[in-house]
Ligand binder design. Structure first.
Ligand code: ZN
Length: 151
């Protein structure tokens, strides 16, 4: 990765609360922050210091299966940033996690982890389709992206 030129794609700006999420994706793990109070144990996303359910400041990072369903999607139209225009038409999907149906992550549906953003024909995208997380290496980050369980 050190020698790869910058992609010009948008990349995360991790803060103290979100840094563990990106440390886990770098290891190929999708983990979601959870309340560490055993009486609560609710998952939350995006990461934040305080549990919105019980106000505990104790948290842990729970491993997810990486399976989910497409909850919604869009196919962005111009004007697009140049790096994205070069890979249009692409999609942005919202994935509802199988392990945590109230947690939804935004990402891209792609043919494989390192495939281009336009690697899936937008006409093939269906709400409710089962997807599996993959991790794309972009500018030093491991970005969660999604592939169809049944391509
Ligand atoms: Zn809690």
């Amino acid at each position: 990765m050190a020698d790869a030129p910058p992609s010009a794609l948008l990349t995360p700006t991790p803060d103290d609360d979100g840094a563990p999420f990106w440390a886990y994706t770098a290891r190929g793990e999708l983990r979601i922050q959870a309340c560490a109070d055993p009486a609560c144990a609710e998952l939350r996303f995006p990461p934040r210091p305080c549990c919105p359910h019980c106000r505990s400041f104790d948290s842990e990072w729970r491993a997810m299966s990486g399976q989910g369903r497409i909850w919604s999607y869009v196919v962005p139209h111009p004007p697009l940033l140049p790096a994205y225009a070069a890979q249009a038409p692409y999609n942005a999907i919202v994935v509802e996690l199988a392990d945590a149906p109230r947690i939804r992550l935004v990402g891209n549906l792609v043919a494989s982890a390192d495939a281009r953003l336009d690697s899936v024909d937008p006409d093939r995208i269906r709400i409710g389709a089962k997807v599996q997380v993959v991790f794309a290496r972009v500018d030093g980050f491991a970005l969660p992206r999604w592939v169809l369980e049944r391509p």
